[in-house]
Design a protein around this ligand. Structure first.
Ligand SMILES: Cc1cc2nc3c(=O)[nH]c(=O)nc-3n(C[C@H](O)[C@H](O)[C@H](O)COP(=O)(O)OP(=O)(O)OC[C@H]3O[C@@H](n4cnc5c(N)ncnc54)[C@H](O)[C@@H]3O)c2cc1C
Length: 257
């Protein structure tokens, strides 16, 4: 395990070693793994920023507090973590003529990988809500092909991405909308896409990546399990992520009792 401080808010972990011999990337650009850090049982989910057949890169946002946050801030170098099989949900329709990506700092690894991998003839627009845009611009975090609108994060634990989505001037024709961030904001965005934009569910993918304002951490709900069960039942991405949000809410209510 190597550790590199990319920006004051973002740490890159490079995982390697024989334990990754059986790692099989899905190739889906928003694929994630569950990570269990030493001496812990709860997992947290992180996007595979890249995989080169030998090394796996995870870009971890450092919050005020948090299980992985605190482990990353301590000396994590050389330690061994457990990761789950990767899963991804980005599903670009064949007819898509453009791609819109919206997210906060935790979504940056996925947005960067998506922008790097979608066909070069597709215009990619990104709205990124981050604490300090200059940090990310100066390290060239997003590929140059993307047309990026930087939005300032209001404060740790807050987000105004749902409002930003309502203000989007949508391109003509068919495309694909991908978004990730705080779960309550994502629920509001799904409603907007369904009721106002009237997008068919294959045209978008909106994922709750984390929950704001939790005093105690609920048990982690594995998005991979929810994803597999939903796919097996023939559910749409939108139904699957709504189920995931509900499962997180239930876990939160249990933790609050
Ligand atoms: C599919 C998926 C992919 C993800 N990919 C990434 C990724 O590549 N990089 C990444 O950094 N995160 C990613 N996340 C989000 C990450 O799993 C959560 O932010 C996680 O809670 C962080 O764990 P922690 O142990 O540091 O904090 P926790 O112990 O989970 O939380 C501690 C406190 O921090 C708050 N908190 C948690 N996340 C945030 C946040 N984003 N902003 C502000 N406050 C927060 C909580 O509300 C809580 O009060 C992803 C999540 C999912 C579901």
């Amino acid at each position: 395990m190597r550790r590199e401080q990319l920006t004051p808010h973002l740490v890159r972990l490079t995982l390697g070693g024989p334990g990754l011999a059986s790692f099989a990337s899905t190739g889906i650009p928003d694929e994630w793994v569950g990570v269990v850090v030493p001496d812990q049982f709860q997992s947290r989910y992180y996007t595979v920023r890249s995989w080169n057949g030998a090394e796996l890169l995870l870009d971890v946002v450092v919050h005020d507090v948090g299980l992985v946050t605190e482990w990353v801030a301590r000396d994590c170098v050389g330690q061994t973590v457990t990761i789950t099989d990767p899963r991804g949900s980005f599903a670009l329709p064949d007819e898509a003529a453009w791609v819109l990506l919206v997210g906060d700092l935790t979504a940056m690894p996925a947005m960067a990988r998506i922008a790097e991998t979608v066909p070069t003839d597709l215009p990619v627009r990104i709205w990124a809500e981050v604490p300090d845009a200059e940090e990310l611009r100066s390290c060239g975090y997003l590929p140059g092909r993307a047309d990026v609108t930087w939005l300032a994060s209001p404060a740790e634990g807050a987000s105004e991405l749902a409002t930003a989505v309502e203000a989007i001037d949508w391109p003509e024709g068919d495309g694909y909308f991908w978004m990730a961030g705080e779960s309550a904001q994502m629920r509001a965005v799904r409603k907007h896409l369904m009721r106002v934009r009237r997008l068919p569910s294959p045209a978008y993918d909106v994922m709750g990546y984390w929950r704001a304002g939790t005093k105690r951490q609920p048990r982690a709900v594995d998005p991979g399990l929810v994803w597999r069960a939903g796919k097996a039942a023939g559910h749409s991405d939108e139904q699957i992520w709504s189920t995931y949000d509900r499962a997180q809410e239930t876990a939160q209510q249990e933790a609050d009792q």
